[in-house]
Every structure is written in C-alpha cells, then in structure tokens.
Write a protein that binds this ligand. Structure first.
Ligand SMILES: [Zn+2]
Length: 309
C-alpha cells in the first residue's frame, strides 16, 4: 500500500546505544518493535550538560535505564511529550522521579470527538490515560532551556493532543507520530480525526523546517516535499473510497478490501479505523451518507447532491 509516498525504511539505531542524529540531538530507541512502532519508539536528548528529553517512551525499565545512563553526569531540566500513546509517555513518571525535570505537553489524553451511543474505544489499550503535564503548552508557545528553544506546534489528528516541537534556529522539528519517514500515520477514531490530521499536515507544509525527527524510524529529509506527498496520498485514499462507493453502498470491510491492496493482515484493524476516519470526514463534508453517526459497523453511500472533484 501507499507506494506513492517515498518512504525511507532505513534505520541504524540499536536499543541501549544513544547516537547523535543532528547537531546537539541524541536519539535512543526503545526495544519495542512492532507493526505500529517499526523498530521501536525513539526518545531524543536535546542539548549537552543541561538537557531536555523528548518522548521518554514506554514504561520499559531497560529503556528508562538506558535513557538515564545516556544523561549520566548531566541535568535533565525538561521533558517534552508529543502525545499520550503508551509507546511515548508512560516512562515519564520514572524519568521525572529520577531527574526532577518538569513535564511539558499539550495536555492529558482525550478523544477527538464524543463516543457514539454503544461505541467502544477500539484502541483503548493504546492510550496513557494517567498522563498529566506539569505545564500545558498552547500552539506557538516557546520553552527555552540551556542553549536551545522549542516552539510548540499543535498537530492534532493522530491523537487530539498531539504536539510537535520546532527547534528554533536549527531547521529541525520533533514530529512525534504525525509525520514519519517509514510509514503513514494511523488516524483511528475516536482518538484521532482525519479532518484534524489533514489540517495539521497543511500547517506543517507551510513551515520551513526541512528535517523532522519522528517518534519512529529515521529522520524525515526534505520534509515540506514529503508532507506534500502525505497530503496527496490521503487525497488519493479518499478518491479510492469515493470510487468504490460510486459502484454502490458498502460497509467498512468491503471498502477496505477494495482500497487497501496487499494489506499486511496485522494492520487490518488499523486500516478499517483509517477508513472510518475518512468516512467521518466525508460525512461531515456532506459527500457521504450513512444511517446515524458514522460507525465501524455502518453502511455508506454517496449523497445525491452534486459534488466538486
Ligand atoms: Zn508511537
């Protein structure tokens, strides 16, 4: 799937061994590889002497020990969290307890929209419901440390509280799971929302940073061009869904089968949720109709009214 996006699946980090991936930025991968996490979650250490940690990662003692080892002799003054999935934020309490650092993020985990009647949360186990930042950041706020300054960039879509951080004057952006070189991002309602995700991509496309450091996989190079590919990819996905519905009404599994060719079976659930995310967005725009609120069990059809594109 998605052979239109120039993915980069190279990766040379090894759990337990930090590596400098950009001037003044060290990366350390956790040993939690999987279909959603690629080779594992990447934590970043920003600065020297007095440092910040971006995304401490999962609650995994080996990773937390390696992270604390990597900053031995240094002072961790800040912890930044891009979003509250269990592979990014659950290490925060232990790292905070060991270092006394202050925790900065957009806010606690929350849904992108209220649950529908009878709806359960499909990816419930993936959210860190306990996370609370010490300081909640708004879009555009800057936090300064010793020799660095990070600008908060709200990027909802993957989660409602997703936040990227731009390293001022260094042409670098910590992108979390919003933009990754190895894969597209999972947008799964009700935690995620496609309309938010697209707005956040368009927001990044207008920014100047050319290198992104993501939550999984290798750095994103030529980032504005890559983000344009991601936007194009979603427009293509949307067109495929509309093409299938043009042949007649269909449920989510039928649409997934028509749209995702050669899908890794481990990603079938995620593909269904991504499709639901598109259908929610299309229904909100009046292009697609279903009975009741858009749901994973619903049947979808094109609306009667003429549409552009
Ligand atoms: Zn992640």
């Amino acid at each position: 799937m998605a052979d239109d996006v120039p993915f980069d699946k190279s990766f040379d980090l090894v759990p337990g061994t930090p590596k400098e991936v950009a001037p003044g930025v060290r990366a350390l991968v956790a040993n939690n590889p999987g279909p959603f996490t690629f080779k594992g979650t990447v934590s970043y250490i920003l600065g020297r002497g007095k440092v910040a940690i971006v995304d401490p990662g999962p609650d995994d003692d080996a990773h937390i020990d390696a992270l604390l080892d990597a900053v031995r002799g240094e002072t961790v003054t800040h912890i930044f969290v891009t979003h509250t999935h269990r592979d990014h934020s659950p290490a925060v309490p232990k790292v905070k307890a060991a270092t006394g650092a202050k925790v900065f993020a957009e806010g606690p985990h929350r849904l992108a929209r209220p649950l529908h009647i009878g709806e359960t949360r499909r990816l419930d186990a993936s959210a860190d419901m306990d996370f609370r930042p010490d300081v909640a950041l708004a879009d555009g706020e800057t936090v300064s440390g010793d020799g660095w300054a990070l600008e908060a960039v709200t990027t909802p879509g993957h989660t409602a509280n997703h936040m990227a951080f731009a390293l001022k004057e260094h042409d670098l952006l910590f992108a979390g799971d919003h933009v990754m070189a190895w894969s597209t991002t999972i947008v799964a309602p009700p935690d995620g929302a496609m309309s938010d995700y697209m707005t956040s991509l368009e927001k990044l496309a207008r920014r100047s940073e050319t290198t992104y450091l993501p939550g999984h996989g290798a750095p994103v190079r030529d980032a504005p061009r890559y983000v344009a590919f991601l936007i194009q990819h979603r427009h293509g996905r949307e067109a495929s869904i509309l093409h299938r519905l043009g042949k007649g009404s269909a449920d989510v599994p039928t649409i997934v089968k028509a749209v995702y060719i050669g899908l890794d079976p481990r990603l079938a659930g995620a593909a269904a949720l991504s499709t639901l995310a598109h259908l929610e967005d299309l229904a909100a725009r009046g292009i697609v109709a279903t009975d009741g609120p858009p749901s994973i069990t619903g049947t979808y059809r094109l609306t009667e009214r003429p549409r552009a594109g």
